[in-house]
Design a binder for this molecule. Structure first.
Ligand SMILES: Nc1ncnc2c1ncn2[C@@H]1O[C@H](COP(=O)(O)OP(=O)(O)OP(=O)(O)O)[C@@H](O)[C@H]1O
Length: 311
């Protein structure tokens, strides 16, 4: 069996507080596996411990307990980091450098040859849509443009694993779509991606699984489709030719009905009942316009969980 690209076991981190001997637990006994070529969304409210986890993975801070392995190798071995690309939450750049110079600087840190750096930078500027701003100083860049330089910087060493802290922040809807496409193109190339985001619709669109963390504790790791299917509460049926008999049937069974111009939307919170209603429609010669589950979005589910957690 192949080793997961990321394997985290019993990872805990406390920080000092202003109170003398008191420590604050930012991460509590985290276990997490991420497989090759997977896109994992790391979700949690502010202060949940996402950035702390990323910093621990990168060796920027040290854990109190626990271990991290990258493709079977202990992360204490600094060579493991050569295959990681990282986009921090607030990337810092030398603003007097141009986009090209900045990426060239990061390429040098990885000892990439001059020729390779030039090719790679050309490719990356194209990928992130900044080829027009190649020779512009970063201080003249917008927040969204800087975020693109950040992702290009994270990819400069052609890493197998990408760790992205809030990659969509500061981007407009078009920029977010492009960032999603970049992440998907990374997966296509076999890269593994873990990223945190508060924009749950983005997470829903591109992740295979999500790990949900609250107060430093992992709540669950689930496949996106499972979490969405699990919470189907309503079936929605749109009917043309809604008869008084169907109205009476709906009322008797407590279905919500919404009348629009020439059709009626019936909301039923039980699959069996929904199927029976379809039969009832047939009996009444009513036409089926649409039938489908009304799923909660990941955002609805996340907000519900956060409320439960606070209660
Ligand atoms: N250096 C530090 N010293 C003390 N406390 C810290 C330190 N860094 C983080 N914390 C605390 O640890 C907790 C987790 O912080 P972390 O930055 O990991 O959260 P996060 O999930 O990334 O939040 P956000 O979504 O706001 O970025 C927070 O309560 C934070 O205040």
């Amino acid at each position: 069996m192949t080793e997961p690209v990321i394997k985290i076991r019993g990872l805990s981190k406390t920080y000092r507080t202003n109170w003398k001997f008191k420590r604050f637990t930012a991460l509590d006994n985290l276990d997490l596996d991420v497989g090759e070529g997977e896109i994992l969304g790391f979700l949690g409210p502010n202060g949940a411990g996402k950035t702390t986890t990323f910093k621990l993975m990168l060796g920027l801070i040290y854990p109190d307990k626990g271990s991290i392995f990258f493709s079977g190798q202990d992360s204490k071995n600094i060579n493991t980091r050569a295959d990681i690309g990282f986009l921090p939450e607030n990337p810092y750049f030398y603003s007097h450098l141009t986009a090209f110079e900045s990426l060239d600087f990061y390429g040098r840190l990885f000892n990439i040859s001059k020729k390779q750096r030039q090719n790679r930078i050309d490719e990356l500027l194209l990928l992130v849509g900044l080829e027009h701003a190649r020779n512009r100083q970063l201080r003249k860049f917008s927040r969204g443009m800087l975020q693109r330089v950040g992702i290009a910087q994270a990819l400069i060493n052609d890493p197998g694993l990408l760790i992205l802290d809030e990659p969509m922040s500061g981007l407009d809807p078009m920029g977010r779509k492009e960032m999603r496409d970049i992440i998907l193109s990374c997966r296509k190339k076999g890269k593994t991606v873990i990223f945190s985001s508060h924009i749950l619709s983005d997470v829903e669109m591109i992740c295979d699984r999500v790990a949900i963390i609250f107060g430093g504790k992992l709540q669950e790791i689930v496949h996106v489709n499972d979490i969405l299917d699990r919470d189907i509460r309503n079936w929605e049926i749109t009917v043309k030719g809604f008869t008084p008999e169907l109205a009476a049937y709906s009322e008797k069974h407590g279905f919500d009905t919404i009348q629009t111009e020439n059709r009626v939307l019936v909301k039923i919170d039980n699959e069996e009942q929904a199927k029976l209603f379809l039969k009832e429609m047939e009996k009444n010669n009513a036409a089926l316009v649409s039938f489908g589950p009304k799923r909660d979005s990941l955002e609805d589910i996340f907000i519900k969980k956060a409320k439960q957690e606070r209660a």
